[in-house]
Design a protein. Structure first.
Length: 173
């Protein structure tokens, strides 16, 4: 009997004080451009939903635990907003983890984020994005494939690496 009363009480409290849904949530977030080069300006596209008609949030973006963008967002007569933020710090080459955190209110308090997402990205150096041999493959693609970045035809079979089905093995013709 006590359990039933407890369940009824908690469901009626939800009806009085809220929907039981989170105060806000990040629906999607990603950094652009897709092929980001070290030092290049990056933009973060973030979609946020709020079940409340009039609410305030702070969105914070961190790259490898370092804050790179922050924005105050107000929801008035809308439930979903998409925002674009520019990074305040240019990225360095290598693997990075981006964390997108949504906090309730206008000033981030000591409470944890109400929603967060993260993504891992590779940030390329100018060398990694270059195509020294003009075969249509970038340096990092050649390294991943095992081909020679300075030779358009690594295996010497007269078929350029970018169209050769086996660019490291000479064809038998």
């Amino acid at each position: 009997m006590i359990v039933i009363v407890s369940l009824l009480l908690s469901s009626s409290m939800d009806g009085l004080f809220g929907t039981g849904r989170p105060p806000g949530e990040i629906l999607s977030a990603h950094a652009m451009p897709a092929m980001l080069m070290a030092g290049q300006n990056e933009v973060f596209d973030i979609a946020i939903r709020s079940p409340a008609n009039n609410s305030n949030f702070i969105i914070e973006v961190k790259r490898d635990s370092q804050p790179v963008a922050t924005y105050n967002i107000n929801f008035i007569n809308s439930s979903i907003k998409v925002i674009s933020l520019k990074s305040l710090l240019p990225p360095s080459s290598g693997e990075s983890t981006y964390t997108y955190s949504l906090y309730s209110g206008k000033i981030r308090g000591k409470k944890g984020a109400v929603s967060s997402l993260s993504e891992k990205r590779r940030i390329y150096s100018l060398r990694e994005l270059s195509d020294v041999d003009d075969d249509g493959l970038r340096y990092f693609e050649e390294i991943e494939m095992g081909t020679e970045p300075a030779l358009a035809d690594t295996d010497g079979d007269t078929i350029p690496d970018n169209i050769d089905p086996e660019p490291t093995k000479a064809s038998e013709s």
